[in-house]
Write a protein that binds this ligand. Structure first.
Ligand code: KG4
Ligand code: ZN
Length: 365
């Protein structure tokens, strides 16, 4: 039986400054003692995306107060911690550097171990924090910045089975909302509109569906939406509320079909490992979409696979997942020194070919 560990986690790789404290005793459910997230949505609202320089400055300004708030919420002094974990990449480099510098200062000042965590590993290990899921499991990360299938075998053992070769699905939702004059973030707006829509009126493409493997593409969908919208405008001089709902429903169904179809293939690869308790876990904002979630749940039921979706506040960017990944990596022997570097790109699967392109949240890993 290992020792009880209490870790502070820091996250600043995109547009959320976050600090959290996790305590874990082996064999017991981990405790989230604090989980503070300070978002920057308002700062970037006028720019149509995250502005890296603004994000970095805001992280530098906010990190200290987030740490203080998290420690106060946990009722702990820095000296009561066993380690400091920080996102060391991938992400927008200015923000990642701010976090790494802050963590180094705290670790050096209090004489604590420092653990650099891969942001994607944070997401991928979350089902172990929330549900004590056993390895190996299949993970689908699906958000505004990520979209990939990971076969998770250990705290540092990931195989990427496939991912998007261009936009992440959340970006496609956001762009669709923009094209139709709906509010940002686009996902919830499009989902709401789609409830009143006819999903079969517009036949949008299912890119790469007929290609083998688990890679996906979502950038062509927004061009299809643009064409459908412009055709309606040319024909009738504008689009009605019903047109908009139908486009949203058709788009959402296309994204669901691609994600479910590719998940089916990823499950086949995963099941070949003969897991004793097969499970698919999802993370990321798009996993909040009920149509997509429903499609994945049905597929899992058919395949005899458990479906897990951690609560949204732990699915989207947060520092609890970083503190938890730090504890897992610490138990597995990782230690970083003052030479820990911030990395804009950091693929989880060292053997996989690099992902193409760059999302709204910086380089894709
Ligand atoms: O995980 P997240 O909060 O941040 C990162 O991208 O890392 O995900 C945000 C993305 C946005 O693109 C948002 O439009 C999308 O998740 N999203 C949704 C829904 N809620 C949020 N997409 C589809 N349906 C939703 N209900
Ligand atoms: Zn993320």
């Amino acid at each position: 039986m290992g020792q009880t560990l209490t870790f502070l986690g820091l996250e600043s790789s995109c547009d959320d400054t976050a600090a959290a404290v996790i305590r874990h005793t082996p064999g017991q459910t981990p405790q989230i003692l604090a989980n503070v997230v300070a978002g920057q949505t308002a700062l970037h609202a006028n720019f149509g995306g995250v502005v890296p320089e603004i994000a970095a400055r805001a992280h530098a300004e906010k990190l200290d107060s987030c740490v203080q708030e998290a420690l106060a919420e946990a009722g702990l002094a820095l000296s009561a911690l066993d380690g400091v974990a920080v996102t060391a990449g991938p992400g927008l480099i200015g923000g990642v550097m701010s976090g790494v510098m802050c963590a180094k200062g705290l670790a050096a000042g209090a004489g604590l171990p420092l653990i650099g965590v891969n942001h994607l590993a944070g997401h991928a290990l979350t089902p172990r924090l929330t549900d004590q899921l056993e390895f190996p499991y299949l993970m689908l990360l699906v958000s505004g910045g990520h979209c990939q299938f990971l076969l998770v075998r250990g705290s540092d053992d990931f195989s990427r089975l496939g991912g998007t070769i261009d936009d992440a699905p959340g970006e496609a939702f956001d762009k669709t909302a923009r094209l139709l004059g709906l509010a940002q973030p686009g996902g919830p707006s499009v989902e709401k509109e789609a409830t009143a829509g006819e999903q079969n009126r517009f036949k949008f493409p299912r890119p790469l569906m007929n290609k083998p493997g688990c890679d996906m593409s979502f950038s062509g969908l927004k061009t299809a939406i643009l064409r459908a919208r412009d055709a309606l405008v040319a024909e009738k001089g504008g689009i009605t509320v019903q047109d908009r709902a139908d486009i949203c429903a058709g788009f959402q169904t296309a994204v669901r079909d691609v994600l479910v179809g590719k998940t089916e293939r990823a499950l086949t690869t995963y099941m070949a490992e003969d897991p004793s308790e097969p499970a698919l876990a999802v993370a990321g904002g798009v996993a909040a979409n009920m149509a997509i979630r429903g499609g994945l749940e049905t597929l899992c039921k058919q395949r005899g696979v458990e479906f897990l979706a951690p609560p949204l506040r732990l699915c989207t960017d947060n520092a609890a997942m970083i503190a938890w990944a730090g504890i897992e990596r610490y138990r597995d022997g990782q230690r970083d020194g003052m030479n820990l570097t911030a990395r804009p790109r950091w693929p989880l699967d060292k053997a996989a070919t690099p992902m193409l392109g760059s999302g709204k949240k910086g380089a894709k890993a």
